[in-house]
Structure formats: C-alpha cells, structure tokens
Ligand binder design. Structure first.
Ligand code: FUL
Length: 498
C-alpha cells in the first residue's frame, strides 16, 4: 500500500471511530446478582432430558432398598443411540443420566464397588452405560449431565466418613472419564432406612455437612468448569420446589447465600426464589413424562399427553425456568414408543405454536431510550445479545407496537437481558381492539417477573396494536426480545394417542 493511501485510510478510520464514540452511549451497569456466562448458556438450552434407569427398572421400584440382585439388570436391546435420536427429535438439548440412584447400583463399572453393571448379565458384565450414553451424545450433538445420588442404601458404611470418601471418588471418576458435563445433579432426598450391607436399619445424616459438598463442588469447578451444579440451593441452579414441572409465576433467579441446603424443607421459597437474594441460582423444573421416574409397565397408558406437555412448557420455560423432562427407559433398554411419540409431537406442537412472530422487525415506540446501540430496534431484531435499555434514572417504561394489519394473537414472549441481571418486578399487557386499548385476559396468570423468558398466554383477540407497560423494576430496564404469536393460526398437532 502506498503511503498516501495508507494515511487517507488511517484518517478515515479515526473519523469513523470518533463518530462512533459520539453516538454510542455507555451500557447500563449490571444489577447484582448476575449469572456466570455458563449459567446463561445453560438457561438458553431451555429443555433437556432426564433418564432414570437401573435395577429399579427391572424390579418395579421407585426407591430400591439397596438389595436387588445385580443379575436382574439385563436390558437386552439397550441402545443409547435410540435414546439420543429420540431426544434430539423431541428438541432436547442435553440429557442427565441417573448414574447411581438411591439403591446404590452403578451404571458404570466403578472400581470401588461390586454393586454395578459389572456383575450383571448385560454385555457379559463388560458394559459401561455412562460411556455408551456420552458417546451417543457426542455423535448426536447432545450435552451430557450426571445424577449421582448422595444417599446410598446399599453401602454398609453409609453414614460414616468412609462413605463420603467413596462418594467423592465416584464423582472424581465420573468427572474425569466421560468428557464435559453440562450439569451435575445433587438430589435433596437422602438419609433414611436401607439395606446398608445387610444392617437393614434407619440412618440419619446431617444433610448440611455430611457429604462435604463444598469439597466436591471445588473439584467440579476445576475439572468441569462449564458444569452447572444443581441442588435445592444451587450454586448453579435450584429445584423449583415441586416435581410437576411448574415454575412460579413470580420467579426470581436469586437465593440468599447460606440459607438453602439439600433437603431444605421450605419448598415455597425455592418456588419463587428470594427476591432479595445475593446469589444467581435460576430454577429448574423436573418432571417425568409418566407418573414414576422409573419404568413400570402398568404406566404405559399414563404417559403425559401432548396437551399436558405443552402446558408444562409454558409453565416452566415460559416462567423463567428450564424444563428437565424425565424418560423412564424401559426393560428392553429403550425409550418406550409411546413416550417417544408424545415427546416428539410435543416439540413439534411448540414449534408450530411459536413459529410466526408477528412483531418481527417492527420497531416499537418507547417512552424512554438510553441511546445507541440500546435502542428499540433491538427488541425485534431476533438477536440475543442486542438489547433495548432505558436511561439510568428510569425503571419503568411503555413499549407500544403498531401492527401493519389487524391480526389475531394470543401469546406474548418477553426476555430480559439477564447477563446484566433480572430486574422487572411488574408489568401489564394491553391490546388495541376496535380502536380501544384493553387489558389482555391472562386467565389469572400474574404479570410480575420476566427474567430469561416469559411466555404469557391470553384470550385470543383480533388486534391492531400491543402495549407493554413495564411498571416496576430493580433498575433501568434491559430487554433483548419481544415476540407475539397466534398459537391457533395453524391446526394443532394430533395427540400421541390419536
Ligand atoms: C427425587 C428422587 O427421590 C426421585 O427418585 C427422583 O430421582 C427425583 C428426580 O428426585 O428426589
């Protein structure tokens, strides 16, 4: 390049960056607590699967006592690729396997115990289910997670320090041999009666201290830094307080430090989160596609319908939580065809209902705007990382959309830009119907928090405008996306029984 051309380009670049400086304003300050980037990535997964499988499957149990014979574990057609393909088709982004449930039976050949797949007829005792599933996940692009029950009703030393060493060693093994884990699950149900090496007694432990969870969490942080740690109280994500897959309408992604521990008795607090919490611990909704977590043939006709699953989706993902949907793998070692059909059709139905965003590309009028690049355009540009924000002193605003034509609508989607915190405490929605603004009928669903995502279903209306009043927030507003749908625009997917 000749010198003249170089200096001309240099001056042009300088001028461009000066203009940028003049027009771009500073981003809003975060409002704490805020999520770690891995917690944002985890929430963006939205739906992922649970698999409960083990000796319970073959012995018709939910909570095995710890004495079922390992020789009864024989899933002759087991095929993790069938699981992965099904889950992929059902829109799941990952899968968490019960590597060991309360009965203590290990689905991988852990060297610290004889109570594992190595003493079963499956693959002549040479199988490793954790490996087979992690290979299938890699092949089909699913993330892998592990559930490892702290409570172990098989171990003779449960309740003593040596069991804690054993439990830590199990985690070390799982952390170091099966690739990256996106989530690790610490169940709150623990302690009580069990076989315990033949003692057959009740053992209680101090849930707060016995397992030395901080020690395991530290190892996880260094060996699996991307893994989000689930327990009743986090630190990565928290139980939503029920096993029905339903999050609270008011759902804060915060907990107060040092309050909640595994087995915490106050489920209501877990349900709403602590509005004044100082830790980011978003809620996860776990629910089984059947009544039980494990497979029972008599539940073959009790698989949740597409309609029930869709409702669960709106009440979990649509209320600032993730959905962890459980599949009880059957005695052949496969996801049962009914479960598979219902889950796939559920996903197709959600895709159908939320396929056409009626606000795409429409720039709303806003009562306040921070300045470039935090302008109203960002709300409907379909990008996650661009957002509209208000000026520092403003924590309420009105966002108004004019629609190009009268259209029917019945569902609104709102997203706060959570990397900067969760802020909105209250909002309301109005529609322009026959030239008059009227509040939408949400059927009683309260419009308080938004968080990562809120889906508000309302009575279907023919509308020409939409107004969202963001009434109260913990700081200036930062929202990255808004969308509007007519979920009944196209004929619904048939239910799985049809
Ligand atoms: C509970 C357990 O006791 C159930 O068996 C199941 O594993 C569920 C996901 O968590 O606490």
């Amino acid at each position: 390049m000749n010198k003249k051309l170089f200096s001309a380009l240099f001056v042009a670049a300088l001028c461009f960056s000066c203009t940028q400086k003049e027009t771009a304003v500073a981003p809003p300050e975060p409002v704490y607590p805020i999520p770690q980037p891995k917690q944002v990535a985890w929430q963006q997964m939205e739906t992922y699967a649970f698999i409960h499988f083990g000796l319970n499957t073959f012995n018709d149990k939910e909570w095995g006592y710890g004495d079922s014979d390992p020789r009864t574990f024989n899933p002759v057609k087991l095929n993790c690729e069938q699981w992965a393909q099904t889950l992929k088709k059902a829109g799941m982004k990952g899968v968490i396997l019960s590597a060991k449930h309360h009965d203590g039976f290990c689905l991988w050949p852990f060297e610290g115990t004889e109570y594992s797949v190595k003493n079963s007829p499956w693959r002549d005792g040479k199988g490793d289910l954790v490996k087979e599933l992690s290979d299938a996940c890699r092949k089909y692009g699913l993330k892998m997670g592990i559930y490892l029950s702290p409570w172990d009703r098989n171990r003779a030393d449960y309740g003593t320090p040596s069991y804690v060493e054993y439990y830590h060693a199990q985690w070390m093994d799982l952390m170091t041999h099966y690739g990256p884990l996106f989530e690790v699950w610490f169940d709150g149900a623990n302690g009580g009666d069990g076989w315990y090496g033949g003692a057959k007694e009740k053992r209680t432990i101090d849930r707060k201290t016995y397992y030395d969870l901080p020690g395991i969490f530290a190892a996880l942080d260094s060996l699996q830094p991307q893994a989000v740690i689930f327990s009743d109280g986090g630190p990565g994500c928290r139980w939503t307080g029920n096993e029905r897959g339903i999050a609270s309408e008011t759902n804060w992604s915060f907990l107060r430090k040092g309050v909640v521990y595994p087995g915490y008795p106050n489920a209501d607090e877990l349900h709403t989160g602590h509005a004044d919490g100082d830790m980011w611990v978003a809620s996860e909704c776990d629910v089984s596609i059947r009544p039980g977590w494990f497979y029972h043939p008599e539940e073959d006709n009790q698989v949740k319908s597409v309609e029930q699953l869709v409702d669960i989706y709106y009440k979990s993902v649509g209320r600032n939580a993730t959905l962890l949907l459980n599949f009880p793998v059957d005695r052949d070692g496969l996801i049962h065809p009914t479960d598979s059909a219902c889950a796939v059709r559920f996903h197709q139905e959600i895709e159908r209902q939320l396929s056409k965003d009626l606000l795409a590309g429409i720039v709303p009028a806003v009562s306040d705007e921070r300045g470039k690049p935090y302008t109203a355009e960002a709300l409907t540009d379909g990008k996650y990382d661009t957002y509209w924000a208000t000026t520092d002193s403003v924590s309420s605003a009105v966002v108004e959309f004019k629609l190009p034509a009268v259209t029917s609508a019945d569902c609104l989607m709102l997203q706060e830009y959570i990397p900067l915190g969760q802020r909105v405490q209250s909002f309301s929605v109005e529609c322009l119907v026959d030239g008059k603004w009227q509040p939408v009928d949400t059927g009683g669903e309260v419009t308080t928090t938004i968080g990562y995502k809120r889906l508000i279903r309302f009575k279907r209306l023919l509308i020409s405008g939409l107004r969202i009043r963001l009434e109260k927030a913990r700081g200036p507003l930062c929202l990255n996306n808004m969308a509007l749908y007519d979920t009944q625009a196209v004929v619904a997917i048939q239910d799985c029984g049809d």
